[in-house]
Write a protein that binds this ligand. Structure first.
Ligand SMILES: [Fe+2]
Length: 218
């Protein structure tokens, strides 16, 4: 039974993320049992991405590292350049890390607030995705999509939306990687995340798996 991942996913329903302990192999096995589909966030890339702080010169084009290097990242969702971004992102750290992951949800008083500013629903962004660029809003069909690394605001409302997410930086919660073998499951449809500055921890290593949920079951 896929209890660990299922329990984390249920817990995630409350605030949009949940932390526990697991190995990569256990996550992959349980995800397969739940019929979640792995989504590489780089075309043709591996299912498991190893995330290390890198300088802009070594970074993938259009990645946050290309713009921010080892410094603090802005809040974003993963795979924003994809037509169908992953529903769930799972981060794991085999050892520990002094660089926290920042998380933001639209929650107040213990509940998700359904309303978002009009700008987030209606501002149009150009999504850079190589030869396959397209237009999208930051919120559609119940999910958020935002990454200033690949989304260019095209109108005044999109610029307001970008400002809204910039201001959200002041109300994040930090997940600290202070125990080996931690796993952090993030609902990428409604939570934005960001790595704090890793300038003092260039050896940091996080692994990432991304999934589409089993759509037949939901
Ligand atoms: Fe990310």
């Amino acid at each position: 039974m896929a209890r660990m991942l299922e329990d984390l996913f249920k817990e995630c329903g409350v605030k949009g993320w949940a932390a526990g302990h697991a190995t990569l192999a256990q996550i992959q096995l349980e995800a397969a049992m739940l019929r979640w589909t792995a989504v590489p966030t780089r075309r043709g890339g591996p299912d498991v991405a190893t995330l290390r702080p890198v300088d802009p010169a070594e970074a993938q084009p259009n990645s946050l590292s290309a713009r921010y290097g080892m410094g603090a990242q802005p809040l974003h969702t993963d795979g924003a350049h994809l037509h169908e971004p992953p529903d769930i992102v799972v981060l794991t750290c085999e050892t520990t890390s002094t660089t926290p992951t920042r998380l933001w949800n639209r929650m107040r008083y213990g509940r998700f607030i359904p309303g978002l500013p009009e700008s987030v629903r209606h501002g149009v962004f150009l999504i850079s995705s190589g030869n396959d660029s397209f237009f999208a809003t930051a919120y559609a069909s119940g999910r958020l999509r935002y990454d200033p690394g690949c989304m260019l605001p095209c109108d005044a409302r999109a610029r307001q939306a970008a400002q809204f997410f910039e201001e959200a930086e002041s109300s994040t919660t930090e997940h600290t990687w202070n125990e080996p073998g931690q796993v952090l499951l993030i609902d990428n449809r409604r939570v934005l995340h960001a790595r704090a500055s890793a300038v003092d921890e260039p050896q940091r290593e996080i692994r990432r798996l991304s999934f589409h949920l089993n759509r037949e079951a939901s």
